[in-house]
Design a binder for this molecule. Sequence first.
Ligand SMILES: Cc1cc2nc3c(=O)[nH]c(=O)nc-3n(C[C@H](O)[C@H](O)[C@H](O)COP(=O)(O)OP(=O)(O)OC[C@H]3O[C@@H](n4cnc5c(N)ncnc54)[C@H](O)[C@@H]3O)c2cc1C
Length: 492
Amino acid sequence: MTSSSHTVVWFRRDLRIRDHAALIAAARRGPVVCVYYLDEARWSPTSAIARQLAGPRVGAFRTRFLIESLAALRTSLRELGADLLIRSGAPSQGLPSLLREVGASALHFHADIGVEEDRETAAVRDAARAAGVRVEEFWDRTLVPPEDLPFAVAHTPESFSSFRKKIERDRAYAAPLPAPTQLTTAAGIEPGALPTVTQLAGVDADDHPDALVPMHGGEPEAWRRLQRWCWDEDRLKSYKQTRNGMLGGDYSSRFSAWLAHGCISARSIQAEVDRYERERTKNESTYWMTFELLWRDYFQWITCKHGAALFRSSGLQGIPVPWDHDESRFARWSEGQTGFPIVDACMRELSATGFMSNRGRQIVTSFLTKNLGIDWRWGAEWFERLLIDHDVGSNYGNWNYGAGVGNDSRGFRYFNLATQADKYDRRGAHAQYWCPELRRLAPEYVHAPWSAPERALADAGVAIGRSYPAPMVDLEKSAARNRARWERAVMV
Ligand SMILES: Cc1cc2nc3c(=O)[nH]c(=O)nc-3n(C[C@H](O)[C@H](O)[C@H](O)COP(=O)(O)OP(=O)(O)OC[C@H]3O[C@@H](n4cnc5c(N)ncnc54)[C@H](O)[C@@H]3O)c2cc1C
């Protein structure tokens, strides 16, 4: 169909044209064919745990965000003179015939991390080589590329602090690459249609009326968010003070979903932080954004280093905690019916919007593993389904950490719900937002409605055990029981 000089660019979690090394290198070689494989198998539960939870592995919000990101990428590529082909099925099955169809001489793509992703990469690499096509792999998942790390990936420090200190010693974050200005492509190839959210996820994703920040996919959306949050509203300068917020859309950057889908690169964000420091303000808040991006890097490298160990119930440390697998108790956690408003509000927010604050994620992780004693992987898989920003390294790495079985975990670190509520939702505004049945309760009782006087409950129309659940555990006793169990497992 075409001359043999085409380079096929296989898009994965890199749905952008700026700072896209694989695309830029391909454009330099000549005409390109850009393709994305929507592998429906990714929506099917794979593990026994996920099958028990019932429902798709990728929920409606993340599916919508992905489809929007693909549509935006297609528009950008068309504006440059190319297109984005959408194909279904596994890339290793489909790519060989596409490579033949376009007479490709090379295949470019970015590497991805994770056990399944590694398997996919290897299958594609082998299939392309068997078809006689040169394969070039690029790296874009981290702020610091592997060749600039001051250690081999296999020697990534186990503690975040020593990882960060080693990285910061050099502190040379490469500048992002510009987008190509023009592309040429093969004519006459059927582009393929984008599926609907319902076709993939089984249900549609409607913005919940209470969602404070409806998040939509695509590279232009990522840059709009960055422009508004950093520059127009000048929020970066106070990020360190606001970042532990729970209610609202702007206490933190919300970059995570765009980063997870590769609509923007970490290097591009860092370059904007550097520019902000030069042109506006340089302070501990601007540094803190880099600090958080390094947490993200850290979990990517830990995932590369440890592979399948990240997914063991005993975690990276191999602590054989005999976790519980109680489905009805898990359902109360996942549905936001635990009887603890700070937990329930976070879990309901997640289901309704596909997002939860970092503070909330730490609180509900602690509750599931330290109070209910339930297998942390159930929680991680629930997050995997619902989070728009799901990222294998960040999700499973943080769950390992929070469950007390990760590297660099701080032992049995239990979050006291009353203290958390007092520090991060003192007047109960977040709890009342997502638990409307508590909205008329006086602020001092919102986080412990079971302790409110009869009169206060009656006036607010709250009936514990009927309009709002009774607490499902005794916090102190359950934490003590799970601590003892964890300590016994550590001794094994
Ligand atoms: C149990 C648990 C599961 C998590 N799962 C994910 C996940 O699947 N995907 C994901 O992107 N983040 C995950 N996080 C990390 C963090 O909660 C989110 O990155 C953050 O809340 C996203 O909001 P933001 O972009 O406004 O963050 P900001 O506070 O604005 O931070 C800026 C960026 O730094 C990175 N970052 C911040 N904190 C962390 C962290 N603890 N670990 C890794 N990167 C971080 C993110 O890329 C984030 O976008 C998880 C945290 C916990 C405790």
